[in-house]
Design a protein around this ligand. Sequence first.
Ligand code: HEM
Ligand SMILES: *[C@@H]1O[C@H](CO)[C@@H](O)[C@H](O)[C@H]1NC(C)=O
Ligand SMILES: *[C@@H]1O[C@H](CO)[C@@H](O)[C@H](O)[C@H]1NC(C)=O
Ligand SMILES: *[C@@H]1O[C@H](CO)[C@@H](O)[C@H](O)[C@H]1NC(C)=O
Ligand SMILES: *[C@@H]1O[C@H](CO)[C@@H](O)[C@H](O)[C@H]1NC(C)=O
Ligand SMILES: *[C@@H]1O[C@H](CO)[C@@H](O)[C@H](O)[C@H]1NC(C)=O
Length: 388
Amino acid sequence: MKMNAYGWMILWVGILSVVMTSLTIRNPRRLHLRSHKPSSFTILSSSSSSSISMASLQDSLAPPGLQYDFYQTSCPDAETIVRSKMAQIHSRHNDASAALLRLFFHDCFVHGCDASVLLDDSHGNQSYSTEKQAVPNKTLRGFDEIDVIKEEVERVCVGVVSCADIISLATRDGIVLAGGPFYPVLTGRRDSIRSYYEEALDEIPSPDDNITRILRLFAVKGFNERETVSLLGAHNIGKMSCEFIQNRLYNFKDTGEPDPTIAPNFLNQMRQKCQGDNSSHSRNGLFESMHSGMSNFQELSSSMSSGAGFDSHYYQSLLMGRGLLFADQQLMAEEKTARLVRAYASDDGSNFRSDFVEVMVKISNLNVLTGSQGGVRLNCSLPLFSSK
Ligand code: HEM
Ligand SMILES: *[C@@H]1O[C@H](CO)[C@@H](O)[C@H](O)[C@H]1NC(C)=O
Ligand SMILES: *[C@@H]1O[C@H](CO)[C@@H](O)[C@H](O)[C@H]1NC(C)=O
Ligand SMILES: *[C@@H]1O[C@H](CO)[C@@H](O)[C@H](O)[C@H]1NC(C)=O
Ligand SMILES: *[C@@H]1O[C@H](CO)[C@@H](O)[C@H](O)[C@H]1NC(C)=O
Ligand SMILES: *[C@@H]1O[C@H](CO)[C@@H](O)[C@H](O)[C@H]1NC(C)=O
């Protein structure tokens, strides 16, 4: 049988998945270092569903200009450098994977995966606001990690590898390091010329959004209900500052009462972790209190006593009314999404992981710039481009 380029790509991706799978099995869940209580259910290897079906890869091949191993000749070591640098970063800060995953989501959701979220100014004009400055901006993390990786890549190939590709690859590698599934990432993205402040304000869902608005915002970007519910499974990992749930705990919708959908014992637990500024429920007060230290951070994965990482604990916590954000718990507010939550909660996470892999491939390819669009930034935070 004669294979075309596409056939070879599938084969190569298949081989890679197998390799990655065996790596993950040899380094079982030790990989994520968050402390958690013993699990009440068996967590199997995270990698049982790490290979992706032909059909889904085909779907996600949509953007012309992206290809597997785009830097094969122009910077053959690019992906290896990203992976080894990411491993180094993760070994020092095991929360880097979560930070990057969120950064990646914010990048791709606003004008596509074009590294627009990284810019410190737009059009070289300091007076434009940037996505970084858009709400909820204050807590995006991972910029330094991207800079460190980019610097390392630039050392070997000057002005060749885009910041957008670095975010996509580093996020994928970070997910694997956090015990999640591997998925193939096509490359060839170009970086945006500017940042999109207004779009970030309008298009990124807010922690207080209801299910109707959440589904609408994701539908605008082409994600159906099932894809939306699986994407939110990213909240299996990472941490969250108390400001985002303060109102739910103390003054839900200005009622002076907590959100009635929070399970009572969970409310008490959360109130202990987020003591908050009881005298002032103004937004400013909450923003300030958030900077007062780590005690104001709530591990996303500790909302359940078992598990951390890419298993089903996020969905199980929603079944018990223990979602952290109002937006998280809203997945239970309508049958069409609650049904999916129950399905993802029903096993060790295999269902979730296989859907998550597909949806991550899809979001990685969202509205990318390719070919001669945009450029390749020399420094990810500045809109200065290489001549290549
Ligand atoms: C309705 C949609 C969503 C809302 C309202 C939302 C909101 C939030 C908020 C408020 C935080 C806490 C940030 C902080 O305190 O630093 C957070 C954290 C996080 N989000 Fe989301 N998010 C949504 C969807 C997503 C999606 C689709 C992804 C990725 C695919 C994602 C990945 C993450 C990760 C990994 C963290 C942890 C970040 C860290 O540890 O620094 N989120 N999200
Ligand atoms: C920078 O942006 C501001 C605000 O949009 C505008 O008023 C100003 O003229 C711009 N300056 C330059 C040099 O483009
Ligand atoms: C966050 O957004 C607010 C309002 O848009 C802005 O005033 C502030 O400077 C931003 N913060 C950062 C760190 O960019
Ligand atoms: C959901 O939020 C939107 C505004 O974002 C609002 O118009 C709508 O009434 C809300 N729906 C429900 C059921 O609360
Ligand atoms: C907030 O105030 C109420 C009544 O004033 C008090 O019962 C509660 O313990 C306070 N909570 C915190 C976290 O300080
Ligand atoms: C990139 O630009 C920023 C200024 O926005 C600067 O602080 C940083 O050092 C630069 N990075 C490199 C590698 O030159």
